[in-house]
Design a protein around this ligand. Sequence first.
Ligand SMILES: Nc1ncnc2c1ncn2[C@@H]1O[C@H](COP(=O)(O)OP(=O)(O)OP(=O)(O)O)[C@@H](O)[C@H]1O
Ligand SMILES: [Mg+2]
Length: 285
Amino acid sequence: MQISFDSVTADYQIGPIRSPRVLDSIDLLLPAGSFTAVIGHTGSGKSSLLKAMNGLIIPYDGKVTIGQTTIKAGKNKKALRAIRQKVGMVFQFPESQLFAETVEKDICFGPLNFGVSLVEAKSIARVVLKQVGLEPSILSKSPLSLSGGQKRRVAIAGILAMQPDILVLDEPGAGLDPIGKREILQMITAWHKEKKLTTVIVTHDMDDVALYADDVVVMEHGQVVKHDKVRSFFTDVNQLNEWHVDVPQARSLQLQIEQETGIKLPGVCLTLPELADALIEVGIV
Ligand SMILES: Nc1ncnc2c1ncn2[C@@H]1O[C@H](COP(=O)(O)OP(=O)(O)OP(=O)(O)O)[C@@H](O)[C@H]1O
Ligand SMILES: [Mg+2]
């Protein structure tokens, strides 16, 4: 399912006061089945962009279209219900998404809300719990009693239980240990491929962008300043500094080696195995 933004401008309304434009004239098309990483400096509008995909922020100008459903200024009740079912959103701190007394009730909440029977919801809960790598014994526990990584997995399970067409995850690996983070991102990639989901993640880690995403969107001051294929994006690294964007580890090593040896390696190396192959090809190792 495709996500499209047409001249979207939006802000947060706090009582009578409007915050400055947090999304400013955004045109963006994320094709069905794409995997996009949204990057950019803190406060640039990444989380806000994702919230607009889920109808949590409504444009006051322009429109957001998800599949056949459009959200724009005015009444959106029916569209919002449709969009929330299609777009599974995991927030920046998904732990705060958990609210029920038990893990099972938490995961069942979404499916029940969209008309699934209790028996069926419980069965879905078991399936998705396994998909996020948790044991069924956790179902009767309080979400509050879980570790940070377990809470993150339960929050993701709750979203998967809704069987969304689009998965939108705001910094899904933040604050987790490296292994936990890798497991979560590998799970997301596997679902993305298996279910042909349109997937969007926010991340500050350029190695995640290099390893998992196909496309990259750079946000700055509420605007999309770049939308590109990942490999092409990291080809010319000089421009990245101005957006406060790092370079993936392998690409950074490649540039250092090229500078020190004077030898240009073939291609743009985004991962360490790619770098190793390039070094072998030119005979450096
Ligand atoms: N609930 C809110 N009410 C008012 N203003 C907000 C709210 N949430 C965010 N903003 C403002 O919107 C702008 C963009 O914030 P957003 O959270 O989208 O940035 P971000 O790129 O996700 O940053 P980070 O990398 O720190 O998560 C900021 O100026 C922020 O102060
Ligand atoms: Mg954010």
